[in-house]
Design a protein around this ligand. Structure first.
Ligand code: TRP
Length: 339
């Protein structure tokens, strides 16, 4: 099957669980902004149905959903250029998710490394939703016949599963209905690491707030965290190769390069031989420059939740205009009667 019969369309989503970090910004949102108006229709979602695969406090879930929406908007997702909504307002996601539960095979789900990592030795006690999560993710994507999905490396396997589900559906029902979606994985700092331990991913749940940059951090907090970030005693090397086995140094160089839209090689060329006393303040200034306006705007938006809800509501109406006909055709293909 060729992808040409499908409109170039981007779909991606972020879970509202905990707050947003620099990892979400550089690994996802910044790229989503860049894909707007670049020859794609762009659809961005706050995937709240995914968040509840693990326990979420109901009142906090609504706040977290609005915070992700505010993060998208403050970073430059324009609701006139993109469709921005939260998943729970488009019930077609759950419906197609069920159909895909009946297409995906248990053997496929058993191969999902993220589930194995998350469930660990506790696999008997986690929710059935956590196990079925990748099939809902496939529904998110295929409900819009999305052709491209920008995601981090950790989600690549789920996009491959999405392709397997599309292919099996098309094959079983002898149709050419769902596209084989491509993951879009690129750029430095795709994986932003912890500021205190460069071998661990920057996460919203780590024990110390100093190990991460939150998208809601103000200028002072951003500067302080970069200045206190853990490093080794060596100055920056002459070539990128010299950052091998220096995870903290590599992370800071990658963050600088992603924030400043340059390659890590160019950062090294500029700072070869520089000590941390020079590089860290430069990084702190750059980060404050790029991130503080976003956190200020997020704060303004979070003080007007009704406006966020209006944006999400309008986005959901537009999302349903695409999703409803595709779900209806899916029901027809499967033979589900609706009178
Ligand atoms: N699983 C993704 C994550 O944890 C979030 C997600 C849900 C998603 N549905 C999606 C991403 C559809 C891209 C497309 O990051």
């Amino acid at each position: 099957m060729t992808e040409t019969k499908f409109t170039p369309r981007v779909f991606s989503g972020i879970k509202p669980s905990g707050g947003l970090t620099l990892g979400n910004y550089l690994g996802a949102i910044k790229r989503f902004v860049g894909m707007q108006g670049a020859g794609f229709e762009t659809i961005y979602c706050v995937v709240d149905l995914h968040a509840i695969t693990v326990w979420q406090d109901p009142a906090e879930l609504k706040t977290a959903t609005r915070e992700v929406a505010a993060g998208y908007l403050a970073s430059g997702i324009d609701p006139e250029k993109s469709i921005l909504f939260n998943q729970a307002q488009v019930h077609e996601h759950a419906e197609l998710g069920w159909i895909f539960n009946c297409v995906a095979r248990v053997g496929w789900m058993n191969r999902m490394t993220q589930f194995k990592d998350k469930a660990g030795s506790n696999a008997e006690k986690v929710s059935l939703g956590l196990y079925a999560y990748p099939s809902l993710m496939a529904a998110d994507i295929l409900l819009y016949h999305a052709t491209h999905v920008p995601v981090g490396e950790d989600q690549k396997q789920h996009v491959e599963l999405t392709r397997d589900i599309a292919a099996k559906f098309n094959h079983d029902f002898k149709v050419d209905f769902f596209p084989l979606t491509s993951p879009v994985i690129e750029g430095p700092a795709m994986r932003v690491m912890n500021l205190r331990d460069g071998t661990k991913k920057m996460s919203k749940s780590g024990e110390s707030d100093m190990e991460r940059i939150n998208m809601t951090d103000d200028a002072d907090a951003i500067a302080k965290k970069f200045k206190k970030a853990r490093t080794d005693p060596e100055p920056l090397p002459e070539t990128l190769d010299g950052l091998k086995d220096r995870p903290e140094a590599r992370n800071l160089v990658d963050i600088y390069s992603a924030l400043n839209d340059m390659t890590p090689e160019a950062v090294i060329a500029e700072y070869a031989g520089a000590g941390w006393g020079r590089f860290k303040p430069a990084l702190a200034d750059l980060a404050v420059d790029k991130l503080a306006p976003i956190s200020t705007e997020m704060e303004r938006l979070m003080n007007d939740p009704a406006e966020i809800d209006r944006v999400l509501g309008r986005g959901a109406v537009r999302a349903r205009e695409i999703a409803a006909p595709i779900l209806k055709q899916t029901y027809d293909i499967v033979g589900l009667l609706r009178s």
